[in-house]
Ligand binder design. Structure first.
Ligand SMILES: [Zn+2]
Length: 400
């Protein structure tokens, strides 16, 4: 009888240990994806960046850019074009401060300096920065102690492509260089079928031609079950962090255009905001028939078209040439007055007068760790109860 109790107790204790999630409390995990996703990243902010911004905006797919801290310091033109990307649902990621690759001799202090300086430079320039992309991949960094790098990276960033060994800091990217358009399309189709996250990257049009890139974006839009998103979107929606994280806002630009496609007004709004269906000043002879619009997360509104009911009066300057009267529609490569003052050009100051409301969806509870702890405690309690019952029963038997 004693032996039987011993075996039973051991079995139940093992069962209890299995129920308690020892690791879950302090490690990052992914939730199952509900669809296929594609993230496209361009590194270094090369000459093609303004063209990339225009293409991705036209195709309604958010662009992710890995940018060094030093490239935004004292570069009004670069900040301006990157701001445009961020204000169309895109994401600016750090790419270290100086782009010098780490090697086996890099100290924790040096690594941390690169991470903190780039974080500060980018956030001071008005960017919402959550992630970092490794600089100099393919060279000396292969000898880096990534456990050491992860200690430094986690102080400033919530995710990375490979600055660490954990799941949180290791999201493998696929280099587009050398891949044909049909090979890229196959990868997109596979991501859709398997509900996987495909991350593609390149540096400029020497690695993927502009026409291939445009065709690829069209293919992503045409393919069922796959969406173009940012890193932020994936980590915010599917990443399970040990503690709740604040990823900052995602901004979208709502453009009001007349029937000819001329931009009347542009507004930068946070995801989840309520946006008026009409521009603040409706040009003479134009009527706006759209109902109220909600900018949902990951949904980019490029145009709310107004109907021209009669020929606009030529004396109205806002309809004769709206682009000159609206600085936000000017060419991003030319100097943008708002960009010279980063704090004044942060999206929050561009908010429309009809105060956008925060989406309550952002507060949605997603804390599986708490759930696991509850399950664990319940499991232990159950086991203890069973043991007590057995012991009491045995004692009763002995007494008899
Ligand atoms: Zn680079």
């Amino acid at each position: 009888m004693k032996k039987l109790i011993c075996v039973l107790t051991t079995f139940l204790l093992l069962l209890a240990i299995a129920f308690v999630p020892v690791e879950a409390a302090d490690s990052f995990t992914w939730s199952k994806f509900d669809s296929g996703y594609v993230t496209i990243v361009f590194d270094d902010g090369r000459d093609c960046t303004a063209t990339l911004a225009r293409i991705f905006t036209e195709k309604n797919i958010p662009l992710s850019c890995a940018i060094t801290g030093k490239s935004v310091v004292n570069s009004v033109a670069m900040v301006s074009v990157l701001k445009k990307i961020q204000n169309h649902g895109g994401e600016i990621l750090s790419h270290t401060y100086s782009h010098d690759a780490f090697d086996e001799n890099s100290t924790l202090e040096e690594i941390e300096k690169e991470f903190s300086m780039s974080y500060n430079a980018l956030t001071n320039a008005g960017f919402v920065v959550n992630g970092i992309i490794e600089a100099g991949a393919g060279g000396s960094e292969k000898s880096v102690n990534y456990d050491l790098v992860e200690q430094a990276v986690k102080k400033y960033y919530k995710y990375s492509d490979c600055y660490g060994t954990s799941l949180q800091y290791n999201s493998v990217r696929t280099y587009m260089r050398g891949l044909s358009l049909s090979q890229l399309k196959t990868k997109v189709s596979r991501a859709a079928q398997r509900k996987e996250w495909l991350i593609l990257f390149a540096h400029d049009f020497s690695e993927i031609s502009q026409s291939d890139l445009e065709a690829l974006l069209d293919y992503i839009n045409e393919t069922e079950g796959v969406k173009g998103v940012t890193y932020k979107y994936m980590y915010e929606n599917f990443g399970n962090y040990p503690t709740k994280q604040d990823f900052g806002k995602t901004y979208y630009t709502v453009s009001y255009t007349d029937k000819k496609g001329t931009v009347i007004e542009e507004k930068v709004v946070a995801a989840g905001s309520y946006v008026s269906s009409k521009p603040s000043k409706i040009p003479e002879g134009t009527t706006w028939s759209n109902t109220e619009v909600i900018v949902e997360d990951n949904m980019i509104i490029s145009a709310l078209k107004g109907e021209v009911i009669s020929t606009p009066s030529t004396s109205n300057p806002s309809t004769s040439n709206p682009s000159t009267s609206n600085p936000s529609t000017s060419n991003p490569s030319t100097s943008n007055p708002s960009a010279s003052n980063p704090s004044a050009s942060t999206p929050t100051t561009n908010q429309p007068s009809d105060e956008p409301q925060e989406n309550s969806n952002n507060d949605k509870a997603k804390d599986p760790i708490t759930l696991w702890i509850v399950i664990g405690i319940a499991g232990v309690a159950l086991v203890v109860l069973i043991i007590v019952i057995i012991v009491v029963c045995c004692k009763n038997k002995k007494m008899k």
